[in-house]
Write a protein that binds this ligand. Structure first.
Ligand code: DGT
Ligand code: CA
Ligand code: CA
Ligand code: ZN
Length: 573
């Protein structure tokens, strides 16, 4: 049995919450919470890292002790500490910690005073106006809590996961299904196939010889927590992570139309059905029909042909203009991973990265990149050990030294320089001009009002050394909304002044969003798809950035790191 990164992160988060409720030492609590963050951000399954005998304690925030616990959990699903903590507390208590207005101390108070141990229980207590009577709560807090609970259940109590987190789970399940001799085809459809940055549930489609046997095999999967339904050709399970999986058995002759239907999105399907109807055709998961005669269904390609559309890549199927474009043969020439020649955003041990310049260079080279910009943080980011002028000077020399030493990849001298509150850059021009590339990013004072934030970035773009706006809207999926910004104005200005936008590949950033990418490209913007790597494993994230760009209709010709460094140099001036 092996456990996925999400599960390990969840376990550590649970330990932190329960320790906090028990009033444990703050440092200890923080250590577990940090570890959960680090695990969430890992670019590879822990099972792989452990198999490669990587030293987990080298990740910042994970010491020897935690590394051992991680390994235990991945292999057995247990950590004695977690088992012990869980035995003292009712199960629902951890879900209460999802409320922003409720810290562990107050969870404990509510539990002790009112016996509340679940979201449901808290909701009822709020509705009965019992919470306001507890010391330290009051009417206002009660109202806030109730609103928050309602908002949570509206967005579905079932949590969505990041695409990157689901990927590990999906691959493992697909490989399990493929092992059954009864199963012929397996595809994961739905939002996963469309590469949406977050996934609600998995929709798996198969063809097979013996549906009943296969459904039995499916529900016997080792990660199953609960079987919600098992029919003759359909079954839904809940995995230990809480992720739901729908399995559908399709007939060979309608696999293409089924795949098309269940890939969605729903909005895309509805629009396509309309178009088909205008042509006197009917389309559903069983096929394309003229009257009662089935004219297509075996493959997706055949389905598209039958309804007179060019093949639409799954990433585009969101009803954002792709259907008209397919009808008029003007779908975009989407960027592909193998089109990327370089990466312009990577950190090393000089700031908050885990690996040396040389290690990063060799890892990038191994993935076929021809150039790599080393862009550590600037001085303002103290927590990430940002570089001041003096340290940056030495760093530049070090980059040059390594560049001379290695072959097969060109190292560029760069920085991820902070955009300060007033729109100035965090380092003087004299040193910025010594660099090949500057990624300019915001890392603090994120809550400025819209006008001021827009002005801050526009000012920064006045600096001639400003090249690329890093993670342009600052969003963190599930954690932080984008800054308030007049993005359109920023895009127009950037286009005028020859500044570029980053599409940041970190799986919890994927910033710009698909919609923003599409808008920016229409306004004439140019992009860099960057990994923002903090370790040698981080370059794998480029796949996510490319998928995100594809969802945003981004064409190869508008992605600047498809160019050679020589060509790029001319453009950067
Ligand atoms: P998710 O799971 O929330 O991340 O998003 P999806 O897109 O995977 O949605 P899901 O799992 O509810 O359904 C999978 C696909 O099935 C969806 O993308 C399109 C298709 N589908 C589901 N319900 C409907 C429907 O009511 N009408 C149509 N036309 N298609 C539907
Ligand atoms: Ca789904
Ligand atoms: Ca589904
Ligand atoms: Zn950054």
């Amino acid at each position: 049995m092996a456990f996925s990164n999400v599960e390990v992160a969840q376990a550590f988060e649970t330990i932190a919450t329960l320790l906090e409720i028990e009033n444990a030492n703050q440092f200890r609590v923080r250590a577990y919470r940090n570890a959960a963050r680090v695990i969430e951000g890992l670019p590879q399954p822990l099972t792989d890292l452990i198999a490669k005998e990587e030293d987990l304690s080298e990740y910042s925030g994970i010491g020897e002790d935690l590394a051992g616990k991680i390994k235990d959990f991945v292999e057995t699903g247990h950590i004695p500490l977690l088992d012990e903590l869980s035995s003292h507390h009712p199960k629902g208590i951890v879900e209460l910690a999802r409320l922003e207005n409720l810290g562990p101390k107050r969870i404990k108070v509510l539990h002790d005073e009112l016996g509340i141990s679940s979201l449901k229980g808290l909701k009822e207590a709020c509705e009965k106006e019992k919470v306001q009577e507890v010391r330290g709560f009051g009417v206002k807090t009660e109202k806030k809590l109730l609103e928050e609970i309602k908002a949570l259940s509206k967005s579905g109590v079932e949590k969505r996961l990041l695409w990157s987190q689901v990927d590990e789970i999906a691959r493992r399940l697909v490989s399990y299904l493929t092992k059954s001799p009864e199963v012929s085809k397996v595809e994961v459809a739905g939002s996963y196939r469309r590469r949406k940055e977050t996934v609600g549930d998995l929709d798996i489609l198969i063809t097979c010889h013996h549906p009943k046997k296969v459904i039995d095999y499916f529900v016997a999967y080792e990660d199953v927590k609960e079987v919600l339904s098992r029919g003759i050709t359909r079954s839904t399970i809940v995995l230990r992570t809480g992720l739901h999986v729908d399995l559908r058995v399709l007939k060979e002759e309608s696999f293409g139309s089924g795949l098309y239907y269940f890939t969605g999105s729903k909005a895309h399907n509805i629009e396509v059905r309309k178009i088909a109807r205008h042509k006197g055709l009917k389309i559903n998961e069983y096929g394309v029909f003229r009257g009662t005669r089935k004219i297509a269904g075996k493959t997706e390609e055949e389905v598209f042909k039958a309804i007179h559309l060019d093949y639409i890549p799954p990433e585009l199927r969101e009803n954002r203009g792709e259907i008209e474009a397919a009808a008029e043969h003007r779908l975009p020439d989407l960027i592909k991973r193998q089109d990327l020649c370089g990466d312009l955003h990577a950190h090393t041990t000089a700031s908050d990265g885990r690996n040396s310049i040389e290690e990063m260079a060799l890892a990038a080279k191994a993935l076929g990149l021809k150039y790599l910009a080393i862009t550590d943080h600037s001085q303002h980011v103290h927590v990430a050990n940002g570089l001041d002028v003096k340290r940056l000077k030495k760093h530049i020399e070090e980059i040059e030294r390594v560049n001379d030493k290695i072959s097969g990849i060109t190292l560029l001298k760069g920085i991820e320089v902070d955009i300060l509150e007033d729109g100035s850059l965090d380092l003087p021009d004299e040193i910025l001009k010594k660099l090949d590339i500057r990624i300019c990013s915001i890392h603090y004072r994120l809550k400025m009002d819209k006008e001021m934030m827009t002005e801050r970035i526009l000012r920064a773009m006045e600096n001639p050394y400003f090249n690329v706006l890093g993670h342009p809207t600052g969003r963190l999926l599930f954690k932080r909304e984008p800054y308030e910004l007049n993005l359109e104005k920023i895009i127009r200005t950037a286009v005028e002044r020859g500044k570029f936008f980053e599409i940041n590949s970190q799986p919890d950033r994927l910033d710009l969003s698909a919609e923003h990418c599409q808008m920016a490209q229409e306004l004439g913007a140019k992009f860099f798809i960057n990994s923002d790597s903090h370790s040698t494993n981080g370059f794998n994230f480029l796949n996510y950035g490319v998928a995100q760009a594809r969802r945003g209709w981004i064409e190869r010709k508008n992605v600047m790191n498809t160019l050679s460094w020589k060509e790029l140099q001319k453009i950067l001036g």
